[in-house]
Design a protein around this ligand. Structure first.
Ligand code: XMP
Ligand code: MG
Length: 179
């Protein structure tokens, strides 16, 4: 285990089993729909890469980068599109792939934006959900795990751009972000 990690919340095996399960479910759900899977960069990249390989149906991938203005470990609700999609989404079944939903502000904004472009459907799959932090009515359509209100890193999630490459999800030692 990495020295900066206090506790492993979700092991690599537990994550991969869940990703397989979600992939199977989404394969059934999106059969014949050629969904456009949208990865929200950067955090969702590992999840997206693993998930699409467990979806055994024709699909397309695209990437979006957004940044929320505001505090470091908190989202402010003001979302800026840093990289937009390359693919027109009108009439498409889009599936937004997220790493974690916290307040839900980022996703509420994104879904509204996508639906405004006249998608056939716009749904969300998130690996992690922190429902106790929700300030919006947003509910993910598909979700891997509920996590407690702690700052978690690994499997895409970062602190100051570090730890994204850990194959598991863990809680960072407090001394790392309190200095
Ligand atoms: P909102 O509040 O808009 O925030 O749902 C979603 C984004 O906030 C980040 N986030 C985290 N990142 N560990 C992280 O590394 C966490 O525990 C955490 N909680 C929220 C993340 O970028 C997510 O997309
Ligand atoms: Mg994110």
């Amino acid at each position: 285990m990495h020295d900066d990690i206090q506790e492993i919340l979700l092991s690599e095996e537990v994550i991969q089993n869940k990703v397989r399960e979600l992939g199977k479910q989404l394969s059934q759900e999106y059969e014949g729909k050629n969904p456009l899977c949208i990865c929200v960069l950067k955090g969702a990249a590992p999840f997206m890469a693993d998930l699409v390989r467990r979806m055994e149906i024709p699909l397309e991938m695209d990437f979006m980068a957004v940044s929320s203005y505001g505090a470091y470990t908190q989202s402010s609700g003001v979302v800026r599109i840093v990289k937009d999609l390359d693919t027109p989404v009108e009439g498409r079944h889009v599936l937004v792939v997220e790493d974690i939903i916290d307040s839900g502000l980022t996703l509420s904004y994104l879904l509204e934006l996508l639906r405004g472009r006249n998608t056939a459907s716009a749904k969300v799959v998130t690996l992690l959900d922190k429902p106790t932090r929700r300030t919006t009515g947003l509910k993910p359509d598909y979700s891997g795990f509920e996590v407690p209100d702690a700052f978690v890193v690994g499997y895409g999630l970062d602190y100051a751009e570090k730890y994204r490459n850990l194959p598991y999800i863990g809680v960072l030692k407090e001394e790392i972000y309190s200095v």
